[in-house]
Design a protein around this ligand. Structure first.
Ligand code: DX5
Ligand code: ZN
Length: 227
């Protein structure tokens, strides 16, 4: 199983989400993320069924795989998910995260992701209790805590986000499972998310919005370090 690179001591991984990138220049956008030290690329796949928006699929993941050596963190907001796991593995995903709300047989789905040689993750929506993940902790490398309702970039960090992250961190204990916060992460909210226990922060608009990507990355990193 390929895992995310280890951060320097006390450093939180930053994962730019290309949902907020310039789609006409994706290759250059990914190179820019790489150049300023992104740890992981976060890829948001939306189907217009599980979430009320449509983004992109395996073809874009494959194109990105050819453009970067960064780990590809594929967040599947699709239902059903099982029929598409192989396509995303073939496209070059390193990790696949599925939503507990979109998966009827979560244990089987996670076993299938691991059998494909990928790092398995589970995402939980804001209204989903983290305790649902207790029975599958032995199968996962990552819990993705949705800190907005899924479907769109550029939303505000929700009021219960810190509590949810803290609950996920408490559930994980000393297991080697990352806690990823996804949605509304900015230099202002990053300290809260990191303090609550997130060790991987997704940033879409806060990273790809500003023209100066180096400054955007530096602001996110100092936010995360200010916890
Ligand atoms: C929302 C996605 C997020 C989103 C984050 O459904 O899962 O990854 O792209 O975007 P920002 O950082 O703009 O909230
Ligand atoms: Zn995401």
């Amino acid at each position: 199983m390929r895992l995310w690179k280890e951060p320097a001591a006390g450093q939180t991984l930053i994962a730019p989400s290309i949902l907020a990138a310039d789609f006409l220049n994706l290759g250059a956008e990914v190179k820019a993320a790489e150049a300023v030290g992104a740890d992981v690329l976060h890829l948001d796949v939306m189907d217009g069924h599980f979430v009320p928006n449509i983004s992109y699929g395996p073809a874009v993941v494959k194109a990105l795989r050819g453009a970067t050596s960064l780990p590809l963190d594929v967040h599947l907001m699709i239902e059903p998910v099982d029929p598409y796991l192989g396509a995303f593995a073939d496209a070059g995903a390193d990790g696949i995260t599925v939503h507990v709300e979109a998966t009827r047989h979560l244990d089987r789905t996670l076993e299938a992701i691991a059998a494909l040689g990928l790092s398995p993750g589970v995402a939980i929506n804001p209204a989903t209790p983290v305790s649902l993940l207790e029975p599958v902790l032995h199968r996962i490398a990552l819990i993705l805590v949705m800190t907005v309702n899924p479907g769109f970039g550029g939303q505000s960090y929700l009021p219960n986000a810190n509590a949810k992250i803290a609950q996920a961190r408490a559930l994980v204990g000393d297991r080697p499972i990352r806690v990823e916060a996804d949605g509304g992460i900015t230099p202002k909210t990053a300290p809260d998310a990191a303090a609550a226990g997130a060790d991987m922060l997704v940033a879409g608009s806060a990273f790809f919005g500003p023209a100066d990507r180096a400054a955007a990355m530096a602001a996110l990193r100092s936010g995360a370090a200010a916890r």
